[in-house]
Design a protein around this ligand. Structure first.
Ligand code: 9MR
Ligand code: 9MR
Length: 590
């Protein structure tokens, strides 16, 4: 019999259900752990010895748990109630993971492919329950996308779509003032523009062009790579009944805003925020501070150009419904790129009267390469290709908002076959493959089965893991070699519980999951649970927020407290690769 597991009820969701499911899974799993007559009494005691994907494994997926070294060399998988043994295996040799200083062993139960609800047992220690089922990730996948809707600016979230997370409209952004740092001849300091919609960046209410760029691109890439899944996915958002796939509708909410960030000269505002962060305990509608467009930077222009070019390609099949949107995006992309070429030194500098996020980056060759590659793919104009080839890229730097070197390769390999000459295509493919091979080596050498290095344990470390997964997945798409898929999807297991903190980092999903994210609506609403589907930033030792922490190592320095914006905030550029990897996982076919 299929055990009582929430994923069965949540597998094919209406979105109202989804919101209930996000909440329910939080409590159902916890009560399993508490009620079962087992060695472990508290819901998180398992995390002290056995770490695994608390949300679940798809039936034929790779399944590896991490066990703190034990005196026995064997493990078992048992039914969730603790009785029958369904699988026996040997633990790997103990190895110390440098990032948590623990000696750990791997328990590989990939061969167990009968659906059910189970626990892992090592000696007398039992893990929290986990499911094996092809529907295991459906709910978290949909929630990871729905979280973008739940972080929309300029819209009331109605109960019909948002369930208990309904809230009033905040930040209409129809009267945004031009800051001195962003003024030009046609738009003077203090003049007003309208720039509504978009997603809030994170736990704050700012809208930042650079970070929006990589996030929107990643979502568009997910749509392109997993379109079979996304053409029919119903997210229960206000646009669900139109002719556009819901994921594209959601992305377009942000593109609508992004478009309006372009100045009349083609340059692009760096961000749209108040001068300072609002108090944490503030709902969107309560934050009525004046909002400003601030700065015009080369990175904003280039990221804007890259995303508008990509969006122009992806949206073009829907031009009839969307008022020829692809032509508009195309023109905007071309103009932003031309502005960037004229202003290569326009590095964003935070004005003295502003203290919101900076997203400043003075290494712009990667952004130039990315925008040039996207514009080449869109327009087929060789001038962009020549520009692309002039940039020197540091391909061993891992993907994040400030380093997008690998993105032009991802796009050129995915969409450039036939357009690039054979030799050029072979070259970009080889470069992408060698980035993936470096990550594969990290994965294979990792005691925790995750492709992460020192640099990845930074602000938003969970997204570093998933971005590495995204790059690994590109090698799978171009070679169809399973090892890349396995390594890519392991990053998902990592964020869903197979990590040294014992947390499943997606709100609402898992046995032990963040309850106190640094996210204004989650703090300020009257609910005791956070808004679901968000990925917490994750551990690293930066401690920029000066909050109290238990762990002090790269992989353990994490605290589920509101204070901790450096480890427990959420952000669109962290959720976007979560969506991508979940999209990859749910699209996995035999
Ligand atoms: O809430 C802000 C968060 O969204 C940012 O990521 C973070 C870093 O820029 O800053 C947070 O705001 C804090 C500010 O920097 C310092 N004073 C306390 C604020 C949190 O309430
Ligand atoms: O993700 C950003 C991280 O790389 C930076 O070190 C940090 C401080 O500048 O800012 C992070 O981004 C935050 C942004 O500045 C404001 N919105 C919330 C973002 C996530 O914490």
């Amino acid at each position: 019999m299929f055990p009582k597991i929430i994923q069965t009820r949540c597998s094919r969701l209406t979105l109202v259900n989804l919101l209930a499911c996000g909440v329910l899974s939080l409590f159902t799993a916890t009560s399993h752990a508490e009620n079962a007559d087992l060695t472990l009494k508290s819901p998180n005691a398992s995390s002290s010895v056995i770490r695994l994907n608390q949300v679940g494994y798809r039936t034929r997926a790779n399944k590896v748990a991490i066990v703190l070294s034990q005196s026995t060399s064997e493990f078992e998988v048992v039914g969730a109630e603790g009785s029958e043994v369904v699988f026996r295996g040997k633990l790997s040799e103990p190895v110390v993971w440098e990032y948590s200083k623990e000696s750990v062993q791997q328990a590989d139960f990939s061969k167990l492919d009968s659906d059910g609800l189970y626990r892992l047992r090592v000696g007398k220690k039992l893990s929290s329950p986990f499911s094996i089922s092809d529907a295991a990730l459906d709910s978290v996948h949909e929630a990871s996308i729905k979280s973008f809707y739940l972080n929309r600016a300029s819209i009331e979230l109605k109960t019909e779509y948002a369930g208990i997370f309904a809230r009033k409209l905040g930040h209409p952004d129809t009267d945004v003032k031009v800051h001195g740092s962003a003024a030009g001849p046609l738009r003077e300091t203090g003049s007003s523009i309208s720039a509504p919609r978009g997603w809030y960046d994170a736990g704050d209410y700012g809208k930042y062009t650079v970070n929006s760029g990589i996030s929107t691109y990643t979502m568009l890439l997910a749509f392109e790579h997993f379109s079979d899944e996304y053409k029919t996915l119903d997210l229960s958002i206000p646009e669900s009944s139109n002719a556009i796939p819901d994921l594209l509708d959601e992305i377009k909410w942000n593109l609508d805003w992004l478009e309006s960030m372009q100045d009349t000269d083609g340059g692009v505002y760096h961000k749209l925020t108040a001068l300072n962060f609002s108090n944490l305990n503030t709902m969107p509608d309560q934050d009525v501070n004046q909002r400003w467009v601030i700065g015009k930077s080369v990175t904003a222009a280039l990221d804007f150009a890259a995303v508008m070019a990509m969006a122009s390609r992806v949206m073009s099949p829907y031009d009839a419904e969307l008022d020829n949107v692809s032509q508009r995006y195309r023109k905007k992309a071309i103009r932003a790129y031309a502005w960037a070429k004229k202003h290569p030194d326009a590095i964003y500098k935070q004005p003295e009267d502003v203290s919101t996020g900076a997203y400043s980056d003075d290494e712009v060759s990667d952004e130039f390469a990315w925008a040039a590659a996207e514009l080449f793919l869109l327009t087929k104009d060789k001038a962009y290709w020549n520009d692309y080839r002039q940039q020197e890229l540091n391909l061993s730097a891992h993907l994040n908002w400030g380093n997008v070197s690998v993105l032009p390769l991802v796009s050129l390999v995915s969409f450039g076959e036939g357009l690039l000459g054979q030799n050029d295509y072979a070259l970009v493919k080889k470069q992408l493959q060698s980035s993936a091979d470096e990550l594969l080596a990290l994965h294979e050498g990792s005691a925790y089965n995750v492709a992460m290095n020192d640099g990845d344990f930074q602000w938003g470390s969970n997204s570093s893991a998933l971005n590495n997964g995204l790059v690994l997945y590109q090698a799978y798409l171009s070679t169809m070699e399973e090892k890349y898929q396995t390594a890519a999807l392991s990053t998902l297991d990592y964020v869903l519980g197979t990590n040294a903190t014992g947390y499943s980092f997606v709100t609402g999903y898992g046995n032990l999951t963040p309850m106190h994210i640094h996210h204004r609506p989650s703090v300020a609403d009257t609910l005791s649970i956070p808004v679901p589907g968000f990925l917490a930033g994750g551990p690293h030792t930066g401690r920029q927020d000066k909050c109290p922490y238990d762990g002090d190592l790269p992989a353990t320095n994490y605290a589920d407290i509101e204070c901790s914006y450096s480890t427990n905030e959420i952000a669109i550029n962290w959720n976007a690769p979560l969506v991508y990897i979940l999209g990859a996982a749910v699209s996995q076919r035999d």
